[in-house]
Design a protein around this ligand. Structure first.
Ligand code: PEP
Ligand code: MG
Length: 325
């Protein structure tokens, strides 16, 4: 079965009902890009850029960033690559970016909050992505957004980055798509307002679950409580998809939930049409998608939303999976 999945990995994945589901890759280091291509990725749904900034004594230059990002794009010719802006914080310090000590770094300076306080660092990364867009299909995604204002401030810095490049006589993409991660409850609850400011959403279920259930994502004893299939998280996903659909912008899922077998039919039933997963999970996720029926997924999602626990959702999903022809 594994071999069959591998053989079909490079074909598009359609459900039994004929709905095309994009299965993209999460890429966290350069080597992942080749693995994504081998695995049959339909694109890169999440390029984590942290690897460019950690383990060095100084911030990478604009040229260095362009070179590394370009080589990643070259591994997946013609495919859409979603570059996420740097997502560091108090828990992952950078020597050249001093941040105050925080007693609770996950509720402190992280992601977009750090970037907006380090405009030079941010602007350099934005210039690199704008330059990349000359030859590649790329879009830019913001981490840890909680407010509309954070997106508006980013647009201003993006305009400054364009002006910098034009001043140098260089290409600056005028229409680089800008999207946001939905990984804070605030962003999911205000997805309708955010949808007016961005071109796409991608739901980060790892952090969204941590912040919704108030359980540290690394907590060793509270796994049961931090299951992303908890109906509380599913309601936020449903709300996000609805806001995206209303505004005609796409919503994908790039947290670990996207590759969770029980979760895939639930996410499809909630209207998700792009899943972004680790490169090695692509063949299996595509094979699973091909076995699913849209109407059955929708019914499962309806039941999941009114369930009382993640366990209950899992058992309903597993029933559906074992009932397949
Ligand atoms: C997430 O939070 O679900 C996510 C995809 O981002 P990261 O795991 O990089 O925090
Ligand atoms: Mg996250």
């Amino acid at each position: 079965q594994q071999r069959k999945a591998q053989a079909a990995a490079h074909q598009p994945a359609k459900t039994q009902s004929g709905t095309r589901i994009e299965v993209a890759a999460n890429v966290s280091r350069s080597e992942d890009a080749a693995r994504a291509a081998d695995g049959g990725a339909d694109g890169v749904g999440l390029l984590r850029t942290e690897f460019l900034f950690t383990d060095t004594d100084e911030a990478p230059s604009e040229d260095e960033q362009v070179r590394t990002l370009r080589s990643i794009c070259n591994s997946l010719p013609g495919k859409l690559v979603t570059v996420r802006a740097l997502d560091v914080g108090g828990d992952k310090p950078l020597s050249y970016l001093p941040l105050p000590h925080e007693t609770n770094p996950f509720l402190g300076l992280r992601g977009i909050r750090v970037l907006l306080r380090s405009p030079d660092l941010f602007r350099t990364q934005l210039r690199a992505v704008l330059r990349l867009a000359k030859d590649h299909r790329v879009r830019l995604m913001l981490p840890m957004v909680a407010t509309v204002d954070e997106v508006q401030q980013t647009r201003e810095i993006l305009d400054e980055a364009r002006a910098d490049l034009r001043e140098r006589g260089m290409y600056a993409d005028a229409s680089l798509p800008l999207g946001t991660m939905i990984e804070t409850p605030a962003s999911a609850l205000r997805a309708d307002a955010l949808a007016r400011e961005v071109d796409f959403f991608s739901i980060g279920t790892n952090d969204l679950t941590q912040y919704t259930m108030a359980v540290d994502r690394e907590h060793s004893e509270l796994h049961g409580l931090s299951d992303a299939l908890h109906p509380a998280v599913l309601h936020l996903i449903q709300r996000t998809v609805a806001a995206g659909t209303n505004a005609e912008i796409p919503t994908s899922v790039c947290g670990e939930l996207a590759a969770d077998r029980a979760a895939v039919p639930v996410l499809l039933g909630l209207g998700i049409t792009t899943l972004s997963v680790s490169p090695n999970q692509i063949p299996d996720v595509k094979a699973l998608v091909r076995s699913l029926d849209d109407e059955a997924c929708r019914r499962l999602a309806d039941e999941a939303l009114t369930s009382n626990s993640a366990e209950d959702v899992r058992s309903r999903a597993n029933d559906l999976l074992s009932d397949r022809a």
